[in-house]
Structure formats: C-alpha cells, structure tokens
Design a protein. Structure first.
Length: 94
C-alpha cells in the first residue's frame, strides 16, 4: 500500500464527514462521550469534537485511554475524562 499525504483541506473534509456521520447516527442523544487512545487518537478526537460542536448542540465529552506499550493488557489501561465527568448510565464502547 502506498503512503498518501493529504492536504489540509482534504483532512478537514474527512473530519467534517466523520462528524456528520456521528451526528446522523446519534442526533437524538443529549451527550456523546468519545473514547480515544492517548496521543494521536486524542488529537483526532478533539478535531472531530470541534467539527461536531459546529453542527450540533450535543454535549461532547472526551475520555482518554492510556495504554502501556510495555504491558498492553486491558487491565493496565488508565482512563481520564475531560472535563471531569461522572458516569451514571451504561457505556457501550464500539
């Protein structure tokens, strides 16, 4: 597979489309929580979060998951919410 470098406007278009897809599927929700892996995953989630906030009034929270590269087992993961958040309902990770 050949590596392709995208222009800024191409990346923006992809991020906007991702935001619309999320909104189309979850338009009836009051809140969406993004779960993103630390580093580039969080950066992409924040970009999609910004796009989604421009097209909807849904509250968007970010859950950052840190996984040790030395011990990638699930039980070694650390989870942080941004902003501080308490979960009172079921969570489905997809």
């Amino acid at each position: 597979m050949k590596t392709q470098i995208l222009a800024h406007n191409q990346v923006q278009k992809i991020l906007r489309r991702m935001a619309y897809q999320i909104y189309e599927k979850h338009f009836d929700q009051k809140e969406i929580i993004f779960a993103a892996i630390s580093g580039q995953g969080v950066q992409v989630a924040k970009l999609v979060q910004t796009e989604l906030q421009e097209i909807s009034k849904i509250k968007i929270s970010l859950l950052e998951v840190s996984i040790s590269k030395e011990k990638p087992e699930f039980n070694s993961a650390e989870v942080r919410f941004e902003p501080k958040h308490s979960i009172k309902s079921n969570i489905t990770l997809r």
